[in-house]
Design a protein around this ligand. Structure first.
Ligand code: G3I
Length: 321
């Protein structure tokens, strides 16, 4: 009994949660996280990122990521690797070098192949996946200006995907982004990218729909949008779901949040190739939201005391739809 058990009964691969290494000392927290009836998949929130795994050029550290990969294996949970190429949480040697194209290509290839290669076979099944490229777009659908795009143009995306495929041929390779939940310029840009990659024979298996949403503002076009993406021949997953509100929380806001969680989960359930859903940590105790959006929070389905909120029942209702 639990969200993952229900998701699997209903034909999905998993219901999961993000976690982070410092949280794993909280035994009340891990008692819920470790239950694979509740969570069948985990994503490391920070410890597989570039700054954590390759802090100096060519020097790799996997201790944090390994702790979470080992936990997933012990718990019988799938692992989503997160992430290899992203503009944020880069070590300073990546951002401060004045790269030429050859040098940065080699750096991307070494990083992606070493990290993805390290975790090859650490998963329980071929559904193990990697967010190979994270957040490549601006909200208007243009490519984000960062060290990768500014040096290599959009070719950095195929460089990373090709290196990931070679390092672990069984991993599902994803591009992951936010504000692509509903139809619009940014989702269209993602679809155009997928079409372009496929036409060039570049490996791409999935699009991650982050889903950092706001109470009362879930896009009405979510199901239609997920259908449009999967029609291109890739799977999708809800990868980082949370639904924040302006504090203080009220009964009315919590009730709307319940409805909103149900809406998002129902959209995934209605789309055959939406394979799974992940909350960006299950409890408000460890949510990233309050530190980023001043005055906002209460975005997760469990509260700071690890008690279930109405949102939990919204997820259950969504999974039953
Ligand atoms: O590791 C340092 C620590 O040494 C220092 O003492 C402490 C003081 O601020 O900061 C620690 O780093 C923090 C890091 O999390 C690890 O805890 C950073 O400040 C903090 O900014 C960072 O936040 C993470 C954020 O990504 C960074 O962009 C969040 O935990 C993480 O949940 C969040 O996750 C992202 C996804 O990767 C991509 N999609 C959006 C999502 C939410 O922002």
């Amino acid at each position: 009994n639990g969200l993952n058990a229900l998701a699997k009964t209903q034909g999905k691969l998993y219901f999961g949660s993000a976690t982070d290494n410092p949280e794993l000392t909280n035994t009340a927290y891990t008692a819920i996280l470790d239950n694979n009836m509740m969570f069948g998949q985990i994503t490391p929130g920070n410890s597989m990122k570039w700054d954590a795994t390759e802090p100096e050029p060519g020097t790799f550290t996997f201790s944090g990521g390994d702790q979470i990969a080992d936990l997933a294996k012990t718990n019988g949970q799938l692992l989503r690797g997160h992430n290899t190429v992203w503009y944020s949480q880069l070590p300073s040697w990546v951002t401060s070098t004045s790269w030429n194209a050859t040098g940065l290509t080699a750096a991307i290839q070494r990083h992606v192949s070493t990290v993805v290669g390290h975790y090859k076979g650490q998963s329980l099944s071929s559904s193990y996946s990697w967010d190979v490229v994270n957040e490549p777009f601006n909200d208007d659908g243009t490519f984000r200006s960062d060290v990768f795009y500014d040096t290599l143009g959009e070719s950095y995306i195929s460089i990373a995907l090709i290196a990931a495929r070679a390092a672990d041929p069984n991993a599902k390779l994803y591009i992951n982004d936010y504000n692509i939940e509903g139809t619009g310029a940014k989702s269209t840009a993602m679809q155009n990218l997928v079409t372009s990659l496929k036409s060039q024979g570049v490996p791409i298996d999935g699009v991650g729909i982050e889903s950092h949403l706001i109470v009362g503002e879930v896009p009405t076009t979510m199901q239609e949008n997920l259908e449009a993406i999967t029609a291109l021949g890739v799977e999708v997953a809800i990868t980082e779901l949370d639904i924040r509100m302006t504090l203080p929380e009220t009964a009315a806001l919590l009730d709307q949040q319940k409805t909103d969680y149900q809406t998002v989960i129902s959209a995934c359930m209605a789309v055959e190739k939406c394979v799974g859903m992940t909350v960006w940590d299950y409890t408000d105790l460890y949510s990233w939201v309050p530190s980023t959006f001043s005055g906002q929070g209460a975005a997760c389905p469990w509260d700071e005391n690890l008690d279930r909120k109405p949102a939990y029942d919204g997820i259950v209702a969504g999974l039953q739809s």
